[in-house]
Design a protein around this ligand. Sequence first.
Ligand SMILES: C[S@@+](CC[C@H](N)C(=O)[O-])C[C@H]1O[C@@H](n2cnc3c(N)ncnc32)[C@H](O)[C@@H]1O
Length: 188
Amino acid sequence: MKNPREFWKNVHENNYRKYLGLYPPKRVLAYHKIDPKSLVRKRVMDLGVGDGSMCAYLQAIDAEPVAIDIVEEAICNIECEKYLSNDIKECPPVDVAIGHLLFQHCEDDEMSRILEDIQLKPGGYISFQIADLTEDGDYYIRDRKQRTVVFRTESQASDIIEYAGRSIIKFDRCVAKPPVDWIFYRVS
Ligand SMILES: C[S@@+](CC[C@H](N)C(=O)[O-])C[C@H]1O[C@@H](n2cnc3c(N)ncnc32)[C@H](O)[C@@H]1O
């Protein structure tokens, strides 16, 4: 993507639903195999807040959301601790950071920077999803050319995780929508 800030500013200002709030928070946590009960009274970073529904859900279950996004337009209406993505380093340690439908929109260096900059509490983890293209399909070829979606194989993702100094605790693959698989990583 040539200018991610401009792209996402436009998405948020125009509320493009193709990119925002596609999955209810409970379903996102189920995909990541995170029990909502385990988040109660924990500091939970939402990486790439979208329409803000995850932060609202976290507040409702008595977790402490920390909102992160690349553009101010996404986080200005969210009532919680918030940081622009470039300032993640300034955020005090969190128990859990969740990135859903984020890294498939980030180039390698940005994915690596984000993973590196997050400060975790002892025992904390980052859970995120990436998209892997298992075969070519028209829709995805179009997106790939526009580079709004970045596809990665397991080994490409592992290289970035290692480069960012993170260790994989576990990973898991599921079919998202053929020909796309999602891979879920939990790293420390
Ligand atoms: C496809 S939306 C996903 C939103 C939400 N996580 C969800 O699952 O519905 C991607 C979100 O990540 C944000 N974003 C994109 N690039 C980012 C970056 N480099 N750092 C932080 N947030 C970013 C976008 O502004 C947008 O809010």
